[in-house]
Design a protein. Structure first.
Length: 505
């Protein structure tokens, strides 16, 4: 009992001292930090954060304002939750905030590729080099055009398997089917030739990356509590290292096969992404010498950043359409009137389907797969009236910004029409800071064009070719998984009912 009283008294004293220090510090004009809720010793503000991190930060912001400071994993983090302040960070002072804040919770010692990341790297020579390579080669328009046959083949494969299910009267896990589609397309774009030779390669890579993600997630959970992070009590750190080495072996084998075939089939040009990267690796006159580990990490990050985000957007769109039959009907009418009923919708039709575009925008607004934009301050900067010091970690809550009731009437509802009437001018590129599903500024997404092509065509084909009936109930239950990705908690299991068979075209 005495111990409990002492512990309780200690917590109260610590809280008082902390609050006092805060009041004194905030009253000093030279070190004015953004306001924030009172924190607890050791855990900081963890007790105020739920498993839905963007939502709990939005709730805190409604109390502490559009720029606030909280303690996460023992570190102060500045959270920005309105478009005006986001513009300061992502546009006005873009260069000063172009480095990335890594939500690592001390995981780097279990990452054999630590220090080789593109997605998480500081703003500097390596990032600029790779960004240029992405813009001019890897994800440039002409390069993406070369992959049209991959996208068409994979979409047709998905539709074919759904027609089969429809014929058998069997339900399908649509979410899983869409994830496989997204994975196969990216795998074939990156490793075209190897995938043709080994059809199981996309699944092997997905399994390998899936295991790495699983152990990283488990490890992040146990690492949140400061003192325990020194010890790998769960053994997940060891497992993460082991599965990453397996992935590394797979990569080395692929590199060797590329090298061998380059020598044997000399003169034959390859246009997959790994060939471009290996060419850059060999190029002695390149502005920067990239390393093998940087290529492996880039490859891994393209999968992590591109597969599930694209798949989640398509899944959410279909779930919202099932839940809103009037919107589904309107989209179908648009597709039928533009494309007709004798051929399958194709990529070149997309520009003539404005209602489809509005549906994709509304899906990304309501269910952004990247709801928190991470930044780190490179130079002391003043934002609003607060001093943001070099090294300060920043989270821009894109989810909260895209839920702002002053901009979006009834933000919880799925209303694509808002992008045809009030917000026609908002594009996908984060020019208007009220709509930023792909981020904004220098560190915005590099895969926007690819993601939009795949998302639009897949949604349009699934609606053109099938009626959808959920396996359980009439409405899909919109629940989110734990974490901050905004992914669906429940599988999207439904019966496809064929209305147009693309194979009989
Ligand atoms: C619907 C699909 C997608 C969404 C919603 C999405 C969203 C995002 C967001 C919010 C960011 C952070 C931007 C910022 O901090 O300002 C990002 C970064 C990134 N995305 Fe995407 N993304 C998608 C698809 C893709 C695809 C298909 C690829 C590649 C094939 C990709 C590659 C990347 C990379 C490499 C970055 C890091 C860029 C950097 O740090 O400079 N993404 N994405």
């Amino acid at each position: 009992m005495a111990t409990i009283i002492v512990l309780f008294a200690w917590i109260i004293v610590a809280l008082l001292v902390r609050t006092l220090v805060k009041i004194i510090t905030n009253s000093c004009p030279r070190t004015r930090h953004p306001p924030g809720p009172p924190s607890l010793p050791i855990i900081g503000h963890l007790h105020l954060l739920s498993s839905n991190l963007p939502k709990s930060l939005q709730i805190l912001a409604s109390r502490y304002g559009p720029i606030m400071q909280i303690l996460m994993g023992g570190k102060p983090v500045v959270v920005v939750s309105d478009a005006k302040t986001a513009k300061e960070i992502l546009k006005t002072h873009d260069v000063d905030f172009a480095s990335k804040y890594v939500l690592g919770f001390g995981l780097s010692k279990f990452n054999i590729y630590d220090g080789n990341s593109f997605v998480n790297c500081q703003y500097g020579t390596y990032w600029r080099f790779m960004k240029k390579l992405c813009r001019t080669q890897l994800f440039a328009g002409p390069q993406l055009d070369l992959f049209i046959h991959i996208r068409e083949q994979e979409t047709l494969k998905l539709l074919k398997s759904l027609v089969e299910r429809s014929r058998e009267g069997e339900p399908c896990d649509l979410g899983m089917e869409i994830s496989n589609l997204s994975n196969n397309i990216i795998c074939k774009m990156t490793l075209g030739k190897r995938c043709a030779e080994d059809p199981n390669l996309p699944m092997k890579i997905r399994k390998s990356i899936g295991a790495m993600m699983e152990y990283t997630a488990k490890l992040s959970f146990t690492q949140v509590f400061g003192p325990l992070k020194k010890y790998d009590l769960s053994g997940n750190g060891k497992k993460l290292i082991s599965v990453t080495w397996e992935f590394d072996g797979l990569m080395e084998q692929l590199f060797k096969e590329y090298e061998d075939s380059r020598i044997n089939d000399s003169g034959q040009e390859e246009n997959d992404l790994i060939s471009i990267l290996l060419e850059t690796y060999r190029d002695t006159s390149a502005e920067l010498k990239i390393t093998r580990n940087q290529i492996k990490t880039f490859f891994l990050e393209i999968f992590l950043a591109g597969v599930d985000t694209t798949a989640a957007t398509i899944q959410w769109a279909i779930a919202e359409l099932i839940n809103n039959p009037k919107i589904l009907k309107k989209l179908r009418e648009e597709i039928d009137s533009e494309v007709g009923s004798s051929r399958l919708v194709k990529e070149s039709d997309i520009q003539n389907l404005p209602y489809l575009e509005a549906i994709v925008k509304e899906t990304l607004r309501k269910h952004p797969p990247g709801p928190l934009l991470r930044r780190e301050c490179n130079t002391d900067t003043k934002i609003n009236k607060y001093e943001i010091e070099t090294g300060t970690k920043i989270l821009v809550n894109a989810y909260a910004i895209m839920q702002d009731p002053n901009i979006y009437n009834e933000p919880d509802k799925f209303i694509p029409e808002r992008f045809l009437v009030d917000h026609q001018e908002m594009d996908f590129y984060g020019q208007d800071l009220h709509f930023l599903p792909f981020g904004s500024g220098r560190r915005a997404c590099i895969g926007i064009s690819h993601a939009l092509i795949v998302t639009n065509v897949t949604i349009a084909s699934l609606i053109q070719c099938f009626d959808w009936k959920l396996k359980d109930g009439d409405k899909y239950d919109i629940k989110l998984t734990t974490g901050y990705s905004g992914a669906m908690a429940l599988p999207l299991v439904c019966y496809p009912i064929t209305r147009f068979d693309p194979l009989k075209e």
